[in-house]
Design a protein around this ligand. Structure first.
Ligand code: ATP
Length: 234
């Protein structure tokens, strides 16, 4: 399980995340929702080692992540699907997936893992030899998720996976996220699509101005009047 305690971080001496604590238990989907500029991506960058923590701790299964490089954090089983996907557009789907096998263990299982990915995402099997940059937005998001899963992560962190997707693909993507959880991978998801995200989340945190202002079971948060007004326009 991931445990974040009183985490503070920011950029160039300016603090953006003001002491956030949260937990992601095994086999659960945990959501971080909130408005633009609330600090959600900044928090995720700190957890995955892309920016340093100013204070507080990030622990995974009792081991400190603070100060570790993104690669070391990934070797511990924590893998990020970054915002905007960051795929290699001039490489084939299959080559992008191969790059995901970046831990010793997952390199040994590369072939089996790839077959499993093609079962989860059959559309990628048809397009395995296609250049990734020529895929649709939804297909590229599938490649990004499959590439991350190729490292056999125990915790998958996703930053805005619904970004740029047509509504029907968004629904499909959330179903896939539930399937990934049910296969035994915990998920920490940052999303602007508050309604869909909270409806599949075992627990949700609402972040405003770098602090947690509300937390509860996802579906319970969705019944909160102030949340409905602020994020769902109801
Ligand atoms: N590299 C950076 N250098 C300086 N400031 C940054 C940097 N990245 C983000 N910020 C600032 O940090 C604040 C929080 O940004 P962040 O991306 O964490 O918000 P967010 O909650 O993910 O928002 P959104 O939902 O709009 O992506 C913003 O004011 C942003 O301008």
């Amino acid at each position: 399980m991931l445990k974040i305690s009183d985490l503070r971080t920011g950029y160039n001496g300016g603090e953006i995340v003001h002491g956030i604590s949260l937990e992601v238990p095994d086999n659960q989907i945990v959501a971080i929702v909130g408005g633009n500029g609330a600090g959600k991506s900044t928090l995720i960058k700190a957890i995955t080692g892309l920016i340093p923590l100013t204070s507080g701790t990030a622990e995974y299964n009792g081991e400190k992540l603070n100060g570790l490089s993104p690669d070391k954090i990934m070797q511990k089983g924590v893998c990020l699907v970054p915002e905007g996907r960051q795929l290699f557009p001039n490489m084939t789907v299959e080559d992008n997936l191969d790059i995901g096998s970046c831990t010793k263990e997952s390199r040994k299982r590369r072939k089996e893992n790839k077959e499993e990915m093609f079962q989860i995402f059959p559309r990628l099997l048809e397009r395995r030899r296609q250049l990734t940059g020529t895929l649709s937005g939804g297909e590229q998001q599938m490649v990004a998720m499959a590439r991350a899963l190729m490292s056999n992560p125990k915790l998958l962190i996703m930053d805005e996976p619904s970004w740029g997707l047509a509504p029907i693909l968004v629904t499909e993507m959330f179903q896939t996220i539930e399937m990934i959880r049910d296969r035994g991978t915990a998920i920490l998801i940052v999303e602007q699509n508050v309604g869909k995200t909270l409806s599949i989340s075992d627990w949700g945190y609402v972040i405003e101005n770098g602090t947690v202002v509300m937390q509860d079971v996802g579906k319970k948060l969705l019944q909160d009047e102030s949340l409905k007004k602020a994020y769902l326009g109801i």
